[in-house]
Design a protein around this ligand. Structure first.
Ligand code: B12
Length: 422
C-alpha cells in the first residue's frame, strides 16, 4: 500500500522539533513492505499547497497524521493548535478517499476528543510502530479495524493502548527518511530517544498515556551508532527526548561511555530528573559532550513537591544543580507555580530557592495545564474547578484559587529584574 505520513506540527515555540515520532512509524511501515513517504509540514514554506501536491503526486492508499501539540501550555494567552490540524485533515479528505489515521503524543492524551475534533476516520493511541502496520493490513484486506489494541473509531468504546515490551525490535529510521529538510541547516537539534516509558507518576503529567509507565530501552550501542550516523551527515547538536535522561543512571552512564568510546564530537542536551545523579554520571555526561541540561524541579517547596508526587526534595535539586555547575554544564531550571497547595509563602520559597541555585536560565509556568487521567484532573474535579465530564481538550489550567489574583503580577515583578528568567 502507498502510505503518506504527515507530521502536522508547525509550532515554533521553544525549538523546531524534527519529526522523530512519525519517522519511527514510517520506518515500521517500510519494513512491513509499504511504500511510505513522510511529509514534515514544519519544513514547508506553504504547508497546505505542499500537502496538496504530495497527495496528488503520490496518491496514497492510507494517510497517517501525527498530532504533537494540542496547545502551547501558556495560561496567560493560550494558543489552541488543533484548528490548523483540522485544515490538514480536511485537505486530505477533499483530495482523496484514503482512510485518515491519527496518532502522536497530542492524540494519545485525548484519543476520543481529538478524533471528534479533527473529524478523522480513526486513531491509534500510544506507539505506532506495531499497530499502524497491523491496521494497514486490515484496511488492505477489508477487515474490521476495531478490536486492534489502541485503535479508536468514532462512536466505539475506548480501547486503551498497548506498548511494545522491547524497543530493540523496532526499526530506527534512516536519516534519508526524516532529515532531508534539516540537512540544509546543520544547526538543527537532532532528537535522540534511548528509552520510552516513565514510572515517576508526577501528579500533572500525561506521559503514561503516551509512552506507558514501564521503561523500555534500546542498547546504548545502537543509540550511539545512530548518533554516529547522523553526525556523519554533518549534525552536531543532539537532544535526548527521553522524559528523564538519567533514569536509570546505569543506562545513562552506559550511553555516555559508548559515545565517548566512539569519540563522537557532539553537543548533547538532556532532560534530567534532579535525583540519582552522582559525580560519575555528571563527569561522563561532560565527556560525552553534554553542554546543557534541563532541570525540571518545578518547585523549591518540599510541601508542593510532595503534592506533585516528586520523588526528590529541594536539597537534592541543590546538590544536583551544583554538580552540573562544577562540571561546566549549563543548567536551565523549570518552575511550575500555582498548583494544588500553593500559597504565597511556597511561591516565595520557590523563587528564593531558584535565585540561590545561580542557574543559567529559568523558565516559569504560571498555572498548570490539566490533562485527562491525571491526579491533577482529579484534584480539580474534587475542588469543583472543572466538571467531571470536561474533556479538557481546549487549554484548561489549574491555578490555586487563593493566589489567582496575586500570582501573575508577582511573577511579572520577579521577571522584570532578572534577565535570565523566561
Ligand atoms: C522532548 C520534548 C520536548 C523537547 C523537544 C526536543 C526536540 N528536539 O524534539 C522540548 C523541551 C524543546 C519541547 C518543547 C515543547 N513541548 Co514538548 N515534549 C517532549 C516530550 C518529553 C517527548 C517528545 C518526543 O520527542 N518523543 C519521542 C517520539 C519518538 O515519540 P512520539 O512523537 O510520541 O511518537 C510515537 C507515538 O506518539 C506514535 N506516533 C507519532 N506520530 C504518529 C503518527 C501516526 C499516524 C501514528 C499511528 C502514531 C504516531 O508513534 C511514535 C513512535 O512510537 C513530550 C512528552 C512525551 N513523553 O511524549 C513533550 C510534549 C510533546 N511537549 C509538549 C508541549 C506542550 C511542548 C511545548 C509547547 C512546551 C512549551 N510551551 O515550550 C513546546 C513545543 C515545541 C514545538 N515547537 O513544537 C506536550 C504536548 C501536548 C500539548 N499540551 O500540547 C507534551 C506531550 C508534554 C506534555 N505536556 O505532556 N518538548
Amino acid at each position: 500500500m502507498r502510505v503518506l505520513l504527515v507530521s502536522s506540527n508547525t509550532e515554533r515555540t521553544a525549538i523546531i522539533p524534527l519529526p522523530l515520532g512519525p519517522a519511527f512509524v514510517a520506518a515500521a511501515c517500510r519494513r512491513a513492505g509499504h511504500e511510505t513517504v513522510l511529509l514534515d509540514l514544519m519544513s514547508e514554506r506553504d504547508a497546505i499547497p505542499a500537502l496538496q501536491k504530495r497527495i496528488e503526486e503520490f496518491r496514497p492508499g492510507a494517510i497517517g497524521i501525527s498530532v504533537r501539540n494540542i496547545d502551547d501550555q501558556n495560561m496567560a494567552s493560550p494558543k489552541f493548535l488543533l484548528p490548523a490540524v483540522r485544515d490538514v485533515v480536511a485537505v486530505c479528505r477533499r483530495l482523496c478517499d484514503a482512510p485518515i489515521v491519527l496518532g502522536g503524543p497530542g492524540y494519545s492524551m485525548f484519543p476520543e476528543s481529538v478524533l471528534r475534533f479533527l473529524q478523522a476516520d480513526m486513531g491509534i493511541r500510544g506507539e505506532g510502530e506495531i499497530v499502524f502496520p497491523a491496521l494497514l493490513e486490515r484496511l488492505q484486506s477489508g477487515s474490521d479495524p476495531y478490536g486492534l489494541p489502541g485503535v479508536y473509531l468514532p462512536g466505539h468504546p475506548p480501547v486503551g493502548a498497548i506498548f511494545s515490551t522491547s524497543l530493540e525490535d523496532l526499526p530506527l529510521p534512516e536519516p534519508e527518511l526524516w532529515l532531508p529538510a534539516a540537512r540544509q541547516s546543520r544547526d538543527f537539534w537532532i532528537p535522540v530517544q534511548g528509552k520510552r516509558g516513565c514510572p515517576m507518576g508526577c501528579s500533572f503529567c500525561a506521559t503514561k498515556l503516551i509512552e506507558g509507565t514501564h521503561i523500555r530501552r534500546r542498547s546504548p550501542e545502537s543509540i550511539a551508532q545512530w548518533v554516529e550516523q547522523a553526525a556523519a551527515c554533518g549534525f552536531r547538536n543532539f537532544c535526548t527526548v527521553d522524559n528523564t535522561f538519567n533514569i536509570p543512571p546505569s543506562y545513562a552512564k552506559g550511553l555516555c561511555r559508548e559515545i565517548i568510546r566512539r569519540r563522537l564530537d557532539v553537543n548533547l542536551w538532556c532532560i534530567v530528573y534532579p535525583k540519582w545523579v552522582d559525580r560519575e554520571l555528571v563527569e561522563l555526561m561532560a565527556r560525552a559532550g553534554c553542554h546543557e541540561v534541563s532541570l525540571g524541579f518545578e518547585s523549591g517547596s518540599d510541601c508542593v513537591l510532595t503534592r506533585f508526587h516528586k520523588r526528590f526534595r529541594a536539597g537534592e535539586v541543590r546538590t544536583t544543580a551544583e554538580m552540573f555547575r562544577e562540571a561546566g554544564i549549563r543548567r536551565t531550571g523549570f518552575l511550575m507555580l500555582g498548583g494544588p497547595g500553593e500559597t504565597r509563602e511556597t511561591v516565595e520559597e520557590s523563587l528564593a530557592f531558584a535565585d540561590s541555585l545561580d542557574l543559567d536560565s529559568l523558565k516559569i509556568a504560571v498555572g498548570i495545564r490539566i490533562y485527562p487521567e491525571t491526579d491533577l484532573a482529579a484534584t480539580a474535579v474534587a475542588e469543583g474547578l472543572i466538571a467531571p465530564e470536561d474533556d479538557l481538550l481546549r487549554p484548561t489550567f489549574y491555578l490555586a484559587p487563593r493566589i489567582q489574583e496575586w500570582l501573575p503580577p508577582r511573577m511579572a515583578a520577579y521577571k522584570a529584574s532578572r534577565s535570565w528568567v523566561m
